[in-house]
Design a protein around this ligand. Sequence first.
Ligand SMILES: Cc1ncc(COP(=O)(O)O)c(C=O)c1O
Length: 492
Amino acid sequence: MTAEKELLACNFSHLFSDETRRRKSSPIKTTMAYFQDPNIVFLGAGMPPSELFPLESITIEMPKPPFTSAAGKRADCLKGTIMKEHEDLVFENDVPLARALQYGNSRGQKELLAFLKEHVSLFHRILYKDWDIITTTGSTQGWDASLRIFCNKGDTVLLEDYTYSSSVEAADAQGLNCVPMPLDGEGIVPSKLEEMLANWSSLYGEMPMPKLLYTIPTGQNPTGCTLSDNRKPHIYRLAQQYDIIIIEDDPYYFLQMDPYVSEDARLETAEASTMSQATFMNSLNRSFLELDTDGRVVRLESVSKTFAPGCRMGWLVGSKHLLDNYWNLHEVSIQSTCGFAQTILSGILNRWGQDGYIDWLMRIRRQYTGKRNTCLDNCYKYLPAEIVSVPPVTAGMFFMVFIDAEKHPEFHNTFKGDVLLLENHIYQKCVSAGVLITCSSWFKVNDPKPSCGKSADNTLAFRGTFASVEPEAMARGLQIFGETLKQEFKLV
Ligand SMILES: Cc1ncc(COP(=O)(O)O)c(C=O)c1O
C-alpha cells in the first residue's frame, strides 16, 4: 500500500459551532442496530409495522442504456418491480420497501450508498483513507447543514462575488458575515483572495476570519464560469494556511461541455456523441477532493440536475469524522432522505450499473451542449456587440450578459450613475416586451465593508438560462432582449 492510502483526515472539531459541540448522539438511535437482529425481541423504538404500509411494490420504467436516441424521442425502456419484502425481491440489489419506508438508515440505504461510493471513486481520486458519503435532501440542505455544523452567529463565510442566492440568504439569516471573493472568467482569483486574507484586519477590522469557503466550481450559478483546475492548488493552500473548510457545491459537474465554436465552424456530428467513457471522464475538471490531504473539503452532490430536482436527494462526500456530525444533525432534523426517492434511485442506478449511469451523464452533457450552442448562437446574433459581452460558458445551465452601464445615454442623468436603478429599469422593460432575464444584483454578495479601497463598478449584468427553453423560444427571447437593449442604448 502506498503512503498516500494510509493518510487519515485531520480532526476539525476546533472549527465546530457551539450547536455541534452541544449535540450528543442520541442513545435511542443506537438501538437501531438491533432492529433486524432475529435474536432480539425489539421493544425499543416506535416504528410502525411495515405490514401497515399501504404498498406492496413499485414498478419503475426507465430509459435503457446506451442512451443514443435523439432528444425528445422515447428511448428503449427497462422495467423493474421493487418489492416490499426482502424475500420477494426480484432484483437482489433493490431496497425492499419495508426497509426503505421505515425509520432508521439515516446515512442512506446501503444499496444506494454502495453504488454512489463506487461512482464517487470512479470520478475522484480521494487522497485520504477515511472518507465517506451520507445522503442529504439536496445541496441546499447540505449547505444549510454545513452552516449549522460549523458556524455561530457572527462567524464569517466566504462566497463567490456572485453566488446562488439561496446560499447567501441562508447564511445571512443565520446572522453570519458573508464576504465576497473576487471572481473572473476562470472563477475565484487566488491572488486577490490571498491579498484579502493577508490583510483581513485592515479590511474587515474585528470581523472573525472566515471559517468556510463556499464555492460553486463548475458552471457557476449565476455567472456560468468554471473555476480552472490550475487555480485550485493555490486556493487549497490558502484554506490550509488560514484553517478554512472548503464547501464545494458542484451540482453542474456533469454538465461540462466542449468549448463553444460558432455555428458556421461547428461540425454537424458533435464530437461528444462519439466520445468514449474514458475520454469523457478524463475531460472533467478535478474536484477539490483530489487536493485534500487534510479532509477539509466537503463536497455537495445532488441529483437535481442529473435526474430531477423533485427527488430531493443528494449526498455529501468528506471525511468520516466530519460526516458523523452531519449524521447527528440529520437524526434530529431531516432524519433521512425520503425512502421513495432512495429506493427508486437505487433501483434505477443499480439496474443501469456504473457504465449505464456514465452513459446517462454523457447523454445529459450532449443535450446541454446543444442547448448552450443554440443560446450562444442567438446571443451573438441578436445582442448588440458594441455594448454587450457574453462569455462562452463551458458548463452548467447559465449564461451571463455583461453591459457597460456608462454607455447608456441616461446613466448619469436619469439614473444618477446608479447601476441598480438602471438594471431594474432594463429588467422591467424586458418583462414588458415579453422576455424575462434575471438581474445579477439578486445574486450579488454585498461586501460588509464596501468602502475598503474598492473602485465603483459600472458593469450591468443579467443572468439567463438555457436549461429548459426550446430553440425557437430561445431565439425569440434573445431577439426581444437585443431589441430592448438597442432601444435603451439608442443604437437604433
Ligand atoms: C449552486 C447550486 N447549489 C444548489 C442548488 C440546488 O440544489 P438542490 O436541488 O440539490 O438543493 C442549485 C440550484 O438550483 C444551485 O445552483
